[in-house]
Ligand binder design. Structure first.
Ligand SMILES: Nc1ncnc2c1ncn2[C@@H]1O[C@H](COP(=O)(O)OP(=O)(O)OP(=O)(O)O)[C@@H](O)[C@H]1O
Ligand SMILES: [Mg+2]
Length: 241
């Protein structure tokens, strides 16, 4: 696969990012970095600002200040389709597959992202998720939750991203299905795609991450490698109040 995917050689950098909804500010200057090859996670409880962070990075929400960049390419202020073209792909919270379209049609939508190696990436997605291949003519709305999550991940991969952003891929799935989804994430990362993963489940995130950030009320209150962070009081404060 390394010959199919262009390995990212730059970092994804989020600096002092601020964003919100009208007068409600949800991010108060969040900074983080994802180095090439890494899985970095952002953990935090409901309402911490995790989805706002990913959606702002992808241009779905406008940043009021701060920046998002890959290497020296600035993404802030660009439209979502331009950000996808520059290498950032989002697997959104709740999966957001297009229910009345088939699996294959959902994946084909990513062709409009206009990135390279579309055919190779389609083949790779079907290799990664044979379940999707078997069901390529099935309507996405009739897939199980786990299959829909695979489809959401597949749809992002077909854009041939330099970085994958994942918003709570474990949400609403049975533990055994979560394990399968996370095994695929590790496999995808091993093939050279770095990830920024948002999770409420700290144990799950710590098991796969190279580095972690704890977000609390729109502020990074702790960060570190998983082993260190699991003993940090700020983690308990962020979760237990
Ligand atoms: N569309 C919106 N309009 C107004 N406020 C919003 C909107 N979406 C989110 N918020 C607020 O922004 C803050 C951060 O929400 P966000 O969805 O980013 O949190 P989260 O960490 O993703 O939570 P969860 O784990 O429940 O998905 C919360 O206070 C939330 O109420
Ligand atoms: Mg969320």
């Amino acid at each position: 696969m390394s010959e199919i995917h262009n390995l990212a050689t730059s970092d994804l950098r989020i600096e002092k990012l601020e964003a919100g909804y009208g007068s409600i500010k949800a991010l108060h200057g969040v900074s983080l970095v994802v180095h090439s090859g890494q899985i970095v996670s952002v953990v935090g409880r409901n309402g911490a600002g995790k989805s706002t962070l990913l959606n702002t990075a992808c241009g779905l929400i406008s940043a009021s200040s701060g920046s998002v960049s890959i290497g020296n390419v600035e993404l802030t202020g660009s439209a979502p389709y331009q950000i996808t073209q520059r290498g950032l792909a989002l697997v959104p919270e709740g999966r957001c597959v297009i229910a009345p379209l088939t699996v294959k049609e959902n994946l084909e939508l990513s062709k409009s992202a206009g990135r390279s190696k579309y055919d190779e990436m389609m083949t790779w997605v079907f290799d990664l998720f044979p379940r999707l291949f078997e069901r390529k003519s099935q309507l996405a709305g009739s897939l199980s939750g786990g299959e829909q999550q695979m489809l959401a991940i597949g749809r992002a991969l077909v854009t041939n991203p330099d970085f994958l952003l994942l918003d709570e891929p474990s949400m609403g799935l049975a533990p055994i299905v979560v394990d399968k989804v996370f095994e695929s994430l590790i496999q995808i990362n091993n093939e050279g795609i770095p990830m920024l993963l948002v999770e409420q489940d700290v144990m799950l995130a710590s098991a796969v991450s190279d580095y972690m950030y704890v977000l609390h009320q729109g502020v990074v209150v702790a960060e570190g490698v998983p082993d260190e962070l699991m003993n940090n009081d700020a983690l308990n404060t962020a979760y237990l109040g």
